[in-house]
Unconditional design. Sequence first.
Length: 166
Amino acid sequence: MPTDENPEPPQDPEHPGRLEPLEFRLGYLLKHAHLGLKKASTEALAPYGVDGHELAVMVVLAGDDPLSQAEAAARLGVDRTTMVALTDSLESRGLVVRRRSVADRRKNIVELTETGRARLYAAEDARRAAERDFLAPLGEEGAASLLRRLHLLVAGEASRRDHGIT
């Protein structure tokens, strides 16, 4: 029985299960949920002068071990050109610095500045609040359940990719 929380797609009596309206398709729903979250995050991060991509770079760089641009790019899953552009943008605003690796002069180590670290923590608080507000219609347990299930899907995809299963 359909409810507001669990709607059932209308069926074509001549071809049951054949055509689902877009609003009942997983890809459509995930895309539009993502667009809504992206809009909320963009608005939340705007006062801090960073976008979601730049914030992700800053999160990766905030770890205990210094990372080269290439290592940070690999963790983020972005290509070198994109990583250089993101680093250039953050560096031009004094949020990160590049320095040559002492161990390997061919590598550029990228680190957060004090200003960058302070900006990261403030922007992360805003991002978390925007995410909480976005997920509020699900309730606390519903939001936690959604995140757990998304982790399962992402971990399953990563595992399939790692094992060469497409």
